[in-house]
Ligand binder design. Structure first.
Ligand code: C2E
Ligand code: MG
Ligand code: MG
Ligand code: MG
Length: 275
């Protein structure tokens, strides 16, 4: 809970700034214990093919706070990134995903893949390839099932470094996806040098705006471009049947979005989806 006893002193801040500053402080002071106390977990959001088959899920961090309930990543990811602590959470989340894949070996879920997120900051704090290969060894899982999502922002922050990293990860058998593709300002240029397995198209293209028709043209050509460059395509943020049908028409083969399902606890995912 947020303490307001110093509220007078900083009353000239806007309410939002005050709340954010206190929240940030609170997150940072409780993070290490929360991690140790296993308050962080993953929710799984299904990823599906055009024929409706669920082939995997994205593992998304959730803070299962003992008093405040389930806290969404938008509250803590940016704060942890800013404080250079995100690598700790990410290592933890990747390990949860690897452990889940190990638990699914030899079960109805054995063919499922799990995608995990890599923060741009992780590139500077971790030896990403070493982290993932040691998880594969530790849990004796197939790297093909552990998909690695690098955001476009991460990749554009150091294209040379990422081109090399992505090549090495793919060489080791991992599937590498470029997350939030098209959300930044140098998306296309970067693709000359980056050879990933999958482009994950940012959900911004699907949001209803006055420029909807233009967005649809860009989406259609982005999908074609991905295929010509030898990549697969996932569109994220699919919320309606209409969007789904339009994307199928455009040739998109993989989807993620509230139209199919929201991120959910692992046990719920297991109950709903078997392969
Ligand atoms: P992301 O990696 O692009 O993940 C997709 C986000 O979009 C998820 O939000 C998901 O719940 C949301 N989403 C999926 N389908 C729809 C839809 O149809 N409509 C709308 N409006 N939203 C949809 P979530 O779980 O809140 O995560 C937000 C972001 O936080 C993620 O975006 C990712 O950038 C970051 N994040 C989540 N978990 C982790 C993590 O373990 N590590 C790092 N570094 N970042 C994470
Ligand atoms: Mg959310
Ligand atoms: Mg992602
Ligand atoms: Mg995304």
């Amino acid at each position: 809970s947020i303490k307001r006893d110093n509220a007078c002193e900083i009353a000239w801040y806007s309410d939002d700034m005050l709340v954010n500053a206190l929240l940030e402080k609170e997150i940072l002071s409780s993070f290490d214990f929360a991690l140790f106390d296993q308050q962080f977990g993953i929710y799984l959001q299904p990823q599906i093919r055009a024929n409706g088959e669920v082939y995997g899920a994205e593992a998304l961090a959730r803070w299962l706070h003992p008093e405040n309930g389930v806290i969404e990543p938008e509250v803590f990811i940016k704060v942890l990134e800013k404080a250079d602590l995100i690598y700790k959470l990410d290592k933890y989340v990747w390990e949860l995903a690897a452990r889940q894949l190990a638990a699914w070996k030899g079960t109805e879920w054995s063919k499922m893949s799990l995608s995990v997120n890599v923060s741009p900051k992780d590139l500077y704090y971790l030896d990403i390839k070493k982290e993932f290969t040691s998880l594969i060894e530790k849990y004796k899982i197939d790297p093909l099932h552990l998909n690695i999502e690098l955001t476009e922002t991460a990749v554009t922050s150091d294209v040379n470094k990422c081109a090399k990293l992505i090549a090495e990860l793919r060489q080791s058998g991992f599937i590498v996806e470029i997350d939030d593709f098209g959300s930044g300002y140098s998306s296309l240029n970067m693709l000359k040098d980056i050879n990933a397995d999958v482009l994950k198209i940012d959900m911004g293209f699907l949001r209803r705006t006055d420029n909807h028709e233009r967005a649809m043209v860009i989406l259609r050509y982005t999908i074609d471009m991905a295929y010509e460059l030898g990549m697969g395509v996932i569109t994220e943020g699919v919320e309606t049947k209409e969007q789904f049908e339009k994307l199928i028409e455009m040739g998109c083969e993989m989807f993620q979005g509230f139209y199919f399902d929201e991120p959910m606890p692992v046990e719920m995912f297991e109950k709903k989806y078997k392969r």
